[in-house]
Ligand binder design. Sequence first.
Ligand SMILES: [Zn+2]
Ligand SMILES: [Zn+2]
Length: 236
Amino acid sequence: MVTHGVGTIRDALPAHAIEVGSDPLGGPARNSVGGWPFLDDTQAWPSCFCGERMALFFQFDVPLDLGPFGGDHLLVFHCREHNDASEPECADGRLVPGYWDAPQPPYPRPFWRVLLQQNAVLPTAEPEPSVCALPLTLRPFADATDRRGLGAQAFKVGGTPSWAQDPEYYTCACGVDLAYLCQVPEGMEFAVHPGQPEQPYSVAADSYGLFLGNEVYLLACPAHCDPAAVWPVNQN
Ligand SMILES: [Zn+2]
Ligand SMILES: [Zn+2]
């Protein structure tokens, strides 16, 4: 049984559309699909419980006007082999302690890792091997809400989520309410290099997706209680 709070109207952060470029990156860039992850010194490249190194899907510097997250570096990793939807586990009205590492039945741990890094200065030596490295551009836009109070269904950071179903909000294990930060539209495909293993249930042999192609709404802990204190809500 999944329990969660129904969203209340909250002040929206400024919105930035995230645009994927078409010219492959030849070297590290802080805003990228695939590419060279920028991680804090103490942060290793995340691995899945299955032993596979997770694929870097995208990363970018959060614009400075985005409240408590401004200046953070957001990275979204997801296992190639394990492709499923996220299921929140709550206790006492909060996500369970260490939810970013907690069992995700039937899996012993989550098959994704979303990080907000605050001291990500240098890129890794090697790039993400599977997902093609492409530049990302962030551009401010007016995320006008519709009559139901929903924002644009787009790849964006800030603004207002376009909830495909009822709004979902959660309280972090640390007691602070998670705040909506970023949305990845349903069915978004990420091109992979030729010869890479296929992703189960993906729509094409030459692309990977996140969370079975669900719409993804990243809710993050404004208190930064842990770099991985981000919950990926899945809806369709
Ligand atoms: Zn895995
Ligand atoms: Zn927290």
